[in-house]
Every structure is written in structure tokens, then in C-alpha cells.
Design a protein around this ligand. Structure first.
Ligand SMILES: [Zn+2]
Ligand SMILES: [Zn+2]
Length: 140
């Protein structure tokens, strides 16, 4: 029982510390560093449990694996084509909902919005900057 509680806490803590909407597998990789004997099935089971309890939410994106996050409010996402990180998007949601309400008269209760593209770190200009600064400022 104690062991189960520790697993749950660790899984939740790992998710809380990752803002990029990790997949179950990347949560598993992270959790294993502290709890080497945990199984992927256990991680999946606990994520499912937390989702059912409404403590976390699962983000299903077409063409990708399910992502998990501690936020449970409705918000939009940006999915980077290159690094596959998923970022939260706030302002577009409000604008879009407002426009739908004004122009169409619909009242939006929830929505699913996933934008695709390149995050700032993956845009070619930024990459060129990073490459040209290599050797000057070592990054880790
Ligand atoms: Zn990226
Ligand atoms: Zn999110």
C-alpha cells in the first residue's frame, strides 16, 4: 500500500514538473530514474486513474501519442513538428471563442485546438544562432 502511494506521488510529481505534456513513455523514463523497478503498465494504470479522477487530463492528438498534463481546464495547444513538445496556448482560445459567439451565435462549452508548427527553439533562424554560438557558450 505504501509502495503504491509512493508510485502515485512520483508519477504525479513527474508530470507536475514537465510543462511539455509528456507521453506515458517519457513519464515512465523519468519515473524509472527514481524507481527503477516500476513497470510501464503501472505508469499507464496510474495515469488512467488520475485522468478518471479528474486530477490530470489526457490530450489526444491526431497522429501522435496521448499526452498528459496536470491542467484540467480547457485550453489550446501548440505541437512542435520538430521537437514534438506540446505547449499551452491561452489567448487564441479566448479570441476564437469570442469570435464564434459574436459571428455565429454559438455558445462554446469546450473545444479541442491543436496548432502545428515550429516552436521558437526549432525555427531555422534560432538554430543558426545556436550553431554559430557553439564553442563560445557551451550549453548543456
Ligand atoms: Zn520545437
Ligand atoms: Zn495543456
Amino acid at each position: 500500500m505504501v509502495k503504491k502511494t509512493r508510485q502515485k506521488e512520483l508519477i504525479l510529481r513527474t508530470l507536475q514538473s514537465n510543462p511539455f505534456h509528456p507521453t506515458a513513455v517519457s513519464i515512465y523514463d523519468e519515473v524509472r530514474k527514481e524507481m527503477p523497478h516500476i513497470s510501464l503498465a503501472t505508469v499507464y494504470r496510474n495515469l488512467r486513474l488520475f485522468t478518471d479522477m479528474g486530477e490530470i487530463s489526457e490530450l489526444e492528438i491526431s497522429g501522435g501519442l496521448s499526452r498528459f498534463e496536470v491542467r484540467t481546464d480547457n485550453h489550446g495547444h501548440f505541437w512542435c513538428n520538430t521537437c514534438e513538445s506540446v505547449f499551452d496556448i491561452e489567448m487564441i482560445d479566448k479570441e476564437l471563442n469570442g469570435r464564434v459567439a459574436r459571428e455565429k451565435g454559438f455558445e462554446v462549452s469546450n473545444y479541442r485546438l491543436v496548432l502545428r508548427g515550429l516552436c521558437p527553439d526549432c525555427q531555422p533562424a534560432r538554430q543558426a544562432d545556436t550553431i554559430s554560438s557553439l564553442g563560445k557558450e557551451p550549453e548543456d
